[in-house]
Design a protein around this ligand. Structure first.
Ligand SMILES: O[C@H]1[C@H](O)[C@@H](O)[C@H](O)[C@@H](O)[C@H]1O
Length: 561
């Protein structure tokens, strides 16, 4: 199972025996920090009988240390930039046109908006290929430079094409940040708080969108106000860049690069209450997990990793689930509201569209805060199912309400025939409820993607998933208005509702509960099946503080869901 056992069985045996001894010699440490989750048959009483075993060291069940919270907040600046840069464009578009001499055409507006998603799509894929060589931190710092260069080009832009180039380069930063920030956070976080800490990054995204909308509304009537809006976006990446000059990379990455001492230092600083003994055990866990990737030629190493992502069934299950969740997040239509809410609300006769956009972004933010408090308690699976069930209900309500409103859509503008009436109110209320339902679950859980992959394929696996997100975002933003025109709003929202129903079924049968598990445990869970039932028992046991009672698994029991 782990490469360790294939390569040097004697050393392996020695290590494991030593670990057994360490743990039993120090019962208090073992009780407070260490638990052994043996997913496969193993008789610990006799070293001769040791078989492949995963022994997971839980460093601490305490709250995350100050350093972990600080690093999470700092990494979440990337989330903020993601939100701000995708958020400011809707208000900037209103005034940009006049600065370039003529009003922007519909196509130009689409290009300017989509350039960022396209740039993000490209770098999300590319940075996955290099993240295990370059490190997490340097890539985040490169994304900071791209944010700044992109913003400078836009601020100075005198033509549409310069603007598009600036947005495209900024998109490079968004793509890298959206991949690396949750990865960095989840590799540092204690397992019990991982969900919440990754949601902090989502709070950054939704907060960034809200602030961009608010500042955009404030600068609406200021001459060249959009340049100020874009200029302000340079401050957060500059702060992140300088701070990261002095801060560490993740222990998991440092182990991959054989920097054991540096990893030990980081683990000690991020887990101040853990004993040195347990830190060393944790390092052994991480080294065991990394052993298979020992290979001198970097290209071969990379290629082996790609092969392993696709060929090892547990990795492929992780890939399937993480890409599916990101695609579901986009294809169920939330961003159509984020980008086009003013168009929709104008269509039903509600003229203060800026206020409505602010309400949409505000609801998204407030309910992401709510998700922050409940995600590790309720669990990702249940919260996702509730979220998608509610989204379906509100989408259906929306589709019905639109059926009773006469609207004609024509070239990015909509004309409502008649006055706003009861059905208009139903649409506004159900859309806001739809946003709230999305934000408590589907808006966040897909970004927990890093936890599904073992260390070795985590970089590439999460980059596929992030690219699925940006690909979906690109497609929805490019087709939504066309869909409204061609298949009517009722048809469009029914289509999104249909996606929701399919997604619900997929998640119900395939998505295991991963909260409270160590990152190293998750891949074991995905071995031999999705193990949905088993995952729920395991997560519950972990939540209650007790290491789960391990029964001996046979291949058959592992195959049962
Ligand atoms: O998780 C985020 C968040 O929900 C944003 O509001 C949305 O615009 C993004 O597309 C999504 O990935």
């Amino acid at each position: 199972m782990l490469g360790l056992f294939d390569k040097d069985p004697e050393k392996t045996q020695q290590t494991l025996v030593e670990r057994e001894r360490n743990t039993s010699n120090s019962p208090s440490a073992a009780a407070s920090y260490t638990s052994s989750l043996d997913m496969y048959s193993h008789d610990s009483s006799s070293s001769k009988d040791l078989k492949p075993t995963v022994s997971i060291t839980t460093l601490s069940s305490d709250k995350p240390s100050f350093l972990v919270i600080f690093l999470t907040a700092l990494a979440s600046i990337s989330g903020f930039m993601f939100g701000y840069d995708t958020g400011y464009i809707s208000s900037a578009l209103v005034s940009i046109g006049k600065s370039f001499g003529t009003e922007l055409s519909y196509g130009e507006e689409q290009f300017i908006t989509a350039a960022t998603s396209l740039g993000a799509f490209i770098t999300a894929l590319l940075s996955g290929l290099i993240v295990d060589f370059s490190g997490r931190k340097p890539l985040l710092m490169i994304s900071n430079l791209m944010f700044i260069v992109g913003a400078i080009i836009q601020c100075a832009a005198e033509s549409v094409w310069t603007m598009i180039v600036g947005r495209f380069i900024m998109g490079f930063g968004v793509g890298i940040g959206s991949l690396i920030s949750p990865l960095y956070i989840s590799e540092l976080a204690p397992s019990r708080y991982r969900g919440r800490l990754v949601v902090l990054n989502c709070l950054g995204i939704t907060g960034g969108q809200l602030i961009a909308y608010a500042i955009g509304a404030g600068l609406n009537h200021v001459h060249n106000g959009w340049r100020i809006l874009v200029g302000l976006s340079m401050i957060p990446p500059a702060i992140q860049f300088v701070a990261f000059l002095f801060l560490p990379d993740t222990p998991r990455y440092l182990i991959m690069r054989n920097k054991t001492e540096a990893a030990e230092k980081v683990l000690m600083r991020t887990n101040p209450h853990a004993s040195l003994e347990n830190i060393k055990l944790k390092i052994l866990d991480l080294q065991e997990e990394d052993l298979l990737s020992e290979c001198k030629n970097p290209f071969k190493k990379w290629w082996n990793t790609v092969l392993e992502l696709h060929r090892v069934p547990s990795n492929f299950r992780a890939l399937f689930l993480s890409c599916a969740l990101q695609a579901i997040q986009q294809y169920t239509g939330f961003n159509s509201l984020m980008y086009f809410s003013s168009t929709i609300f104008k269509a039903i006769g509600f003229n203060n569209s800026t206020a409505v956009s602010l309400i949409v972004a505000g609801t998204n933010f407030v309910f992401t805060v709510f998700a922050f408090f409940i995600i590790d308690k309720i669990g990702r699976r249940l919260i996702l199912l509730i979220s998608i069930f509610l989204m379906t209900c509100f989408l259906v309500l929306n589709a019905i309400a639109f059926h009773f409103i006469e609207i004609t859509f024509h070239h990015n503008s909509a004309v409502v025939l008649g006055n706003i009436h009861t059905w208009g109110i139903v649409i506004i209320v159900s859309m806001i409820c739809f946003v709230a339902s999305y934000a408590i679950g589907l808006g966040n859980v897909p970004w927990q993607q890093s936890e599904m992959f073992p260390q070795k394929v985590r970089g590439i696996g999460t980059s596929y998933a992030t690219a699925s997100n940006w690909g979906g975002s690109l497609i929805i933003s490019a087709t939504f208005l066309t869909m409204l025109e061609n298949i009517t709003p009722t048809g469009t929202f029914s289509l999104f509702a249909g996606f929701c129903v399919l997604s619900f079924i997929l998640i119900f049968f395939c998505y295991p509960e991963l909260s409270n598990l160590e990152l190293e445990e998750v891949q074991e869970l995905l071995t031999g099946g999705f193990h949905v039932k088993r995952s729920m028992q395991l997560a519950k046991a972990r939540k209650n503080g007790a290491p789960p009672a391990i029964e001996k698994d046979t291949p058959e029991s592992l195959n049962s869901v």
